[in-house]
Design a protein around this ligand. Structure first.
Ligand code: PEP
Ligand code: MN
Length: 268
């Protein structure tokens, strides 16, 4: 059992005037993958129009099947950075391996370490040597303690700019893709100094559950949320089932805002 300890909460500064881990609930939205310039641009534009400040999108994708779309690689990074800059957005995108860390760091404001890589220690050491914000997703079969130890591998190398992301864990029940561990969010707010965000897309795998799961994460004390959006989810090259269509972005924003307001928090 992990015990609560004295801690000083860390606020991770993404850029001037934008931090995760403050009173605000910070929203992150974007496609699972950058598929084309037009697709990424449409999503970024809608995200910026509503007032969200952080854009997500993958260029190097950790796909279970080697036959599935693997992402556009460096071309994808360029597209994501271009459209993020056009609309003044910060960007979070994944580095899959050590050899990509320097390259991804040139494009990203936040480097994502994916669920499958949570215990890829040399990768954790590599991002620990940087001073960029790191989003560490929970391994889908990892305990909270293992997750915190993984964060410690990063912090030990000098980088404490860590954002934890609860993205669901595997269980016996396949009615949802994973089980969204909102109690882990609440627990981490008590025992860990790092900000914690929820990812209802990967946690539930179902777009009809994204709004209720988002509300739950904010109610549990999440410092932010990350959700996948696509102009045409049914045609998405990855994770279409768990992406909300772009036209639902205002509704999602509003619903999350209601829960945040009930807790005396603002969203951005
Ligand atoms: C993603 O964010 O698109 C992703 C692949 O997430 P995870 O590592 O949580 O599966
Ligand atoms: Mn995805």
């Amino acid at each position: 059992m992990i015990m609560a300890k004295e801690k000083t909460d860390i606020q991770v500064q993404i850029r001037e005037g934008l931090t995760i881990g403050s009173d605000e609930v910070v929203l992150i939205a974007g496609p699972c993958s950058a598929e084309s310039y037009e697709q990424a641009r449409r999503v970024a534009q809608t995200v910026a129009e509503i007032g969200i400040k952080i854009f997500r999108g993958g260029a190097f994708k950790p796909r279970t099947s080697p036959h599935a779309f693997q992402g556009l690689g460096e071309e994808g990074l360029k597209i994501l950075r271009d459209v993020a800059d056009e609309f003044g957005l910060a960007l979070v995108t994944e580095a899959l391996g050590i050899e990509q860390v320097e390259l991804v760091a040139e494009y990203a404001d936040i480097i994502q370490i994916g669920s499958r890589n949570m215990q890829h220690f040399p990768l954790l050491w590599a991002v620990g040597e940087m001073n960029k914000p790191i989003m560490l997703k929970r391994g889908f079969m990892s305990t909270v303690e293992e997750w915190l130890m993984a964060a410690e591998h990063i912090a030990n190398r000098g980088n404490e700019n860590i954002i934890l992301c609860e993205r669901g864990i595997r269980s016996f029940d396949h009615s949802t893709r994973n089980v969204f561990d909102t109690s882990a969010i609440a627990l981490l707010k008590q025992i860990s100094p790092y900000p914690v965000i929820g990812d209802p897309s990967h946690a539930t795998g179902r777009r009809d559950l994204i709004i209720p799961a988002s509300r739950a994460a904010v109610a549990a004390g999440a410092d932010g949320l990350m959700v996948e959006f696509h102009p045409k989810p049914d045609e998405a090259l990855s994770d279409g089932d768990q992406a909300l269509p772009l036209e639902m972005l205002p509704q999602w924003f509003e619903e999350v805002g209601k829960v945040a307001a009930a807790l005396g928090r603002e969203i951005s």
